[in-house]
Write a protein that binds this ligand. Structure first.
Ligand code: 3PG
Length: 208
């Protein structure tokens, strides 16, 4: 439901988007991000390790672990069974929108146009992901949706970085941003958790 989703997303300005190749990286990576001040963690279902990573990371104190790149009902079910507390999708099929409601798990469906946002809105969704935020039109585009879609808020993701996050976060229809920049693949490969924690700290401190 909307309130549960907003409670998670409002805890920090940035939701880390994570691609976890090695299961053993999951807990130290998540711990570094939570310690740095980013409690909501989106583990994308793009690797064979993802579901086990969600299971393992659910034990991290202070963290709220969700699944990203949820493309269909079966993946949504698998993510919920693995312990995902929220779901994120690059898009929004009618069946996925229905499934999340049936499963009682908050879903952040992806939209890039007014019509897509309205399809989600028809099913009761008021909080959606704006994806891919940069290529789809950036802050100006999203700002243009604020007045006509006045009861919806967005989490822009895709091309967001420390440099442009503020341009989104200052919009009144933005609740948080998502991004992978806080967990760069080279840092994860090297097990450089201090760097990840530092990147999280910078992201958590973004002032609007
Ligand atoms: C993705 O598709 O991986 C996410 O939307 C994150 O995008 P980013 O890598 O541009 O932050």
């Amino acid at each position: 439901d909307t309130a549960a989703l907003l409670a998670v997303l409002r805890r920090a300005p940035v939701v880390p988007v994570l691609i976890i190749d090695r299961l053993e990286d999951a807990v130290p990576l998540g711990t570094a991000l939570v310690k740095g001040g980013l409690p909501a963690l989106e583990v994308t279902l793009r690797t064979p390790a993802a579901l086990d990573a969600i299971r393992a990371m659910s034990a991290i104190p202070g963290g709220v672990v969700g699944a990203g790149t949820v493309l269909d009902r079966a993946q949504a079910r698998a993510a919920v069974e693995a312990g995902a507390k929220f779901l994120v999708s690059p898009g929004a099929t009618p069946d996925l929108l229905d499934a999340a409601i049936e499963f009682g798990v908050p879903l952040l469906p992806g939209v890039a146009t007014a019509s897509e946002a309205m399809i989600a809105r028809d099913k009761g969704y008021r909080v959606v992901k704006f994806f891919p935020a940069g290529p789809a039109g950036g802050p100006k585009y999203l700002q243009a949706l604020a007045s006509p879609l006045g009861d919806m808020v967005f989490c822009p993701t895709g091309g967001v970085s420390l440099d442009n996050a503020t341009d989104y976060l200052k919009l009144k229809n933005v609740v948080c941003v998502g991004g992978s920049w806080v967990a760069p693949s080279d840092a994860v490969k090297a097990g450089d958790w201090a760097r990840v924690e530092q990147l999280a700290r910078e992201a958590a401190a973004i002032a609007v």
